[in-house]
Write a protein that binds this ligand. Structure first.
Ligand code: B12
Ligand code: SF4
Length: 477
């Protein structure tokens, strides 16, 4: 153990910038949305009398001249190289460096030479254990999470977050993981060795919500409706809290029962939905069983009826796709009134089933993690050339966000109010980049929140009064 750790005084938590921050795709507003919630969650386990700093390199330059005793760094795949450089820097200065997060969990052997301690999986059980070991003078080199629970979580150290730097400081997670097993998703790799889906207690989740100022919330859960009973109780508890919120869920969970109505009633106004592909073969290949045989049109109609805007997620490059997939997907999204779309080029993250298969088939074309950002082709696709895949992906974004397409998609709603909100949200997100940049430079993002809340106001006066407990049938990121 480092001598410095024996008299732990200063702790620094760092979210290093994703490589995208230095690329032509850099959109300051996208990275000024959410604060580093994972690090603020870990900070809650630290003795509050310590000198604690939390820095997010997406919103401020890092101060690397300080002398912390312990440095905690969150590593994503496309900030991994940056994270390792920062880790090496602080280790040279004599700090104890702890690395954790998705990428460390996928590739611990790669991360280990840059750290004194590495963490595999979620940190709610391992980080407090590490701190106890530090106090006892014997921190280990590796901690592996096995005990998966969100019970008894200390309140997140939101006071460490510089709220004025974010459009959505009220991000929250009330569950971890997801009940599904899509082959391209990080989820199974990250949660290996323990439960892969678990929720907070409803009362604790409601208490965390009531601690958040303002009206707007963004649930960052992979699948907010993943446990219908929990979700309905949570939404019932949220009724009357006068909140508007956004979240993510799967196709099947929107059709399964009336949970989505409870969500709408509690204030859900926009939902990230993992459609991924319109092709049955593509869904089967990605092990996305929860989408198979589902009527996507029924999903969009149901959400439209409830006044919920849709952020549709789509993946290009699944095996067997033809070059027409881009046009088909954009046409469908526009015709279905999808408000915003997130397109991805299929990306085999290390640790996933997809990565193992691609590796076994000799299809990986680069191990440069900076390119694993779902915007680059890092493998040999089947049925389409890598260049055509990249061109098609870029085209899809341009085509979906052309004014003509925005107006057309906005016109597909039943109510004029929903159409106007669609227009404001979609254009606001993609068409006013220079204006967002000015607002961020002037540190005035907080002034924009009432506008966001207005766009997320209800389309209809009252959504439903469905009783808790109605179950019928059996939706992702
Ligand atoms: C918020 C978010 C973002 C934010 C991130 C910035 C921020 N401030 O956090 C933004 C909008 C920038 C973003 C961008 C992208 N994202 Co994102 N994002 C998320 C999201 C929804 C929530 C993250 C979060 O706060 N989770 C909650 C906290 C509590 O958990 P956590 O951060 O994981 O932290 C815990 C552990 O990881 C661990 N831990 C973390 N670090 C450390 C360090 C130590 C020392 C220890 C002990 C523990 C530890 O402890 C914490 C508590 O358990 C996740 C999905 C999810 N639900 O996690 C996707 C997710 C991380 N994103 C994902 C993707 C694919 C992207 C994009 C590539 C999408 C795109 N094409 O635009 C881009 C990245 C662009 C790029 N160039 O790489 C994938 C990652 C896949 C992978 N294998 O890396 C995820 C997992 C979504 C998914 N289901 O696929 N994202
Ligand atoms: S539904 Fe979404 S979060 Fe769940 S495993 Fe599939 S891609 Fe991952």
């Amino acid at each position: 153990m480092h001598y410095l750790l024996r008299r732990l005084k200063r702790v620094k938590l760092i979210l290093p910038a994703l490589t995208e921050a230095t690329s032509p795709y850099w959109r300051p507003i996208k990275y000024s949305l959410f604060p580093p919630l994972g690090l603020a969650t870990l900070a809650a386990y630290l003795d509050p009398s310590l000198e604690i700093t939390l820095q997010d390199e997406h919103v401020e330059p890092l101060n690397l001249d300080d002398e912390p005793d312990l440095v905690v760094i969150q590593v994503y795949i496309t900030n991994a190289y940056r994270a390792y450089r920062i880790a090496d820097h602080y280790r040279r200065k004599g700090a104890h460096v702890a690395l954790g997060g998705l990428h460390v969990t996928s590739l611990p052997e790669e991360a280990a030479p840059h750290a004194d301690t590495i963490f595999i999986g979620p940190g709610e059980d391992t980080f407090p254990q590490f701190l106890r070991d530090v106090a006892a003078g014997a921190p280990r080199q590796r901690y592996v999470s096995t005990l998966r629970t969100l019970d008894e979580l200390p309140p997140i150290r939101r006071d460490l977050i510089q709220r004025h730097r974010y459009l959505v400081p009220n991000s929250i997670v009330v569950s971890r993981g997801c009940p599904h097993h899509c082959s391209f998703c990080y989820k199974d790799a990250f949660f290996e060795g323990g439960r892969g889906f678990y929720t907070q207690k409803v009362d604790a989740a409601l208490a965390e919500i009531s601690r958040l100022p303002g009206r707007h919330l963004y649930f960052l859960d992979d699948h907010l409706l993943g446990n219908p009973k929990f979700a309905r109780e949570l939404f019932t508890g949220m009724r009357g809290m006068n909140r508007v919120f956004q979240g993510a869920a799967t196709v099947d969970s929107i059709l399964r029962d009336n949970t989505i109505e409870f969500a709408a009633e509690a204030g859900l106004r926009s939902l990230f939905v993992g459609f991924e592909t319109l092709s049955t073969a593509g869904l089967t290949g990605a092990a996305k069983r929860q989408n198979l045989g589902r009527d996507y049109q029924q999903v969009t109609r149901r959400l439209d009826d409830l006044g919920i805007m849709i952020n549709g997620s789509f993946v290009f490059g699944l095996d067997g796709e033809d070059p027409d997939v881009f046009r088909r997907t954009v046409d469908w999204a526009v015709a279905s009134g999808i408000t915003t779309a997130t397109f991805h080029i299929l990306t085999p993250y290390p640790g996933t089933a997809l990565y193992a298969a691609m590796r076994a088939q000799g299809r990986l074309t680069t191990g440069n993690w900076d390119l694993y950002d779902t915007r680059h082709v890092v493998y040999k696709p089947i049925g389409i050339t890598p260049a055509a895949l990249k061109r098609g992906y870029d085209w899809a974004y341009r085509a979906f966000y052309e004014w003509g397409a925005i107006l057309k998609a906005a016109s597909h709603h039943q109510s004029v109010k929903h159409s106007v909100k669609h227009l404001a949200y979609s254009a606001g997100w993609k068409k006013f980049e220079p204006a967002w940049d000015v607002v961020i430079r002037l540190k005035q993002l907080a002034q924009m929140r009432p506008m966001l809340e207005a766009v997320l106001s209800p389309v209809r006066a009252k959504v439903c009064d469905a009783p808790v407990g109605l179950e019928s049938r059996h939706l992702p990121r």
